[in-house]
Design a protein around this ligand. Structure first.
Ligand code: AMP
Length: 284
């Protein structure tokens, strides 16, 4: 496994590999890696000759400075985990490599409103930052395939929209949500929960499972009322629970058996913001 810090060296290595006919898979991350990330690495390994994982805590996607400052930086543990999971290249650049002075990296993209709802409503500017860094990293790595998690539903939907709109020749592969034994979606933020809290937080995924089970026997309003009651009581503070069209991310009133619908949630618990989702009806 190679650890590369500069764009020039990465490009040099990847050009050699590409000239030898190797396909490149890419997994962008913020670091603080866990088994959820490793599922992306493993899928990337299966579907590509070369797996590149970037670790870069991107300041432009943090709308709250203190969030950026307290984001965990665990490079030694991350690189060990990546080595154990057969990653070929870690790209671990400095801020100046990703955003060199004079280079315009902001992306001129019509989001069609995808960035204004759900996470976007509570984290203004977040998705402009995500699109900026992913586009920049794609320009650097030029992968055949890009691997992202369903855990960040809105994020991969926006990146899919960007790839289509800008006609970028990279295939997006979306990987399922990896969960702890309790059902809690894996996240680096789970480390900040208390031992009991980590178990208690499983109510989020349990609520999503119950909603999914009842999707055709209750109205959307009833499903929402049920979820709000479960996730906005006691120590839980619900930010949003939405049932949306998976393509437009707009709220829906009725679950269409032939549509694409998703339940998405963000909850504050023990001072930690947790997100999760479940696909109620998959696109055909
Ligand atoms: P992050 O480092 O949080 O930006 O995550 C990097 C990638 O890992 C993103 O595409 C996430 O959606 C994905 N990811 C994070 N947590 C999980 C999880 N529990 N299961 C699957 N993918 C995940």
């Amino acid at each position: 496994m190679k650890i590369i810090n500069t764009v020039a060296e990465l490009r040099c290595q990847l050009d050699l590999l590409k000239n030898n006919g190797k396909t490149i898979g890419f997994v962008p991350t913020l670091g603080a890696l866990h088994s959820g990330h490793m599922s992306l690495i493993n899928k990337c390994n299966r579907q590509s000759d070369i797996t590149v994982c970037s670790i870069f805590v991107n300041p432009t996607q943090f709308n709250v400075k203190s969030d950026l400052d307290k984001y965990p930086r665990t490079f030694d543990a991350d690189s060990k985990m990546l080595e154990e999971n057969d990653t070929d290249i870690i790209f671990y650049p400095s801020l100046g490599e990703v955003y060199p002075t004079g280079l315009i990296t902001k992306v001129d993209l019509d989001f069609n409103g995808l960035d204004k709802v759900l996470e976007g409503a509570f984290r203004p500017g977040h998705f402009e930052g995500v699109v900026e860094v992913v586009k920049r990293l794609l320009d650097i790595v030029q992968p055949d395939k890009l691997f992202m998690g369903q855990k960040d539903f809105q994020q991969f939907t926006i990146i899919a929209h960007m790839l289509r709109t800008l006609k970028i020749n990279t295939e997006l592969v979306v990987c399922p949500i990896i969960r702890e034994t309790s059902g809690l979606a894996m996240s680096s933020r789970n480390e900040r929960l208390s031992v009991n809290g980590r178990l208690e937080a499983a109510v989020i995924s349990k609520t999503l499972t119950s909603v999914k089970r009842r999707k055709y026997t209750r109205t959307v309003n009833q499903l929402k009322q049920y979820a709000v009651k479960k996730l906005n009581s006691g120590p839980f503070n619900l930010e949003y629970f939405s049932i949306i069209d998976g393509n437009t991310l707009e709220d829906i009133d009725v679950i269409d058996r032939r549509g694409y619908s998703v339940a998405c949630v963000a909850v504050w618990f023990e001072g930690v913001r947790l997100i999760d989702n479940t696909i109620l009806v998959s696109p055909h």
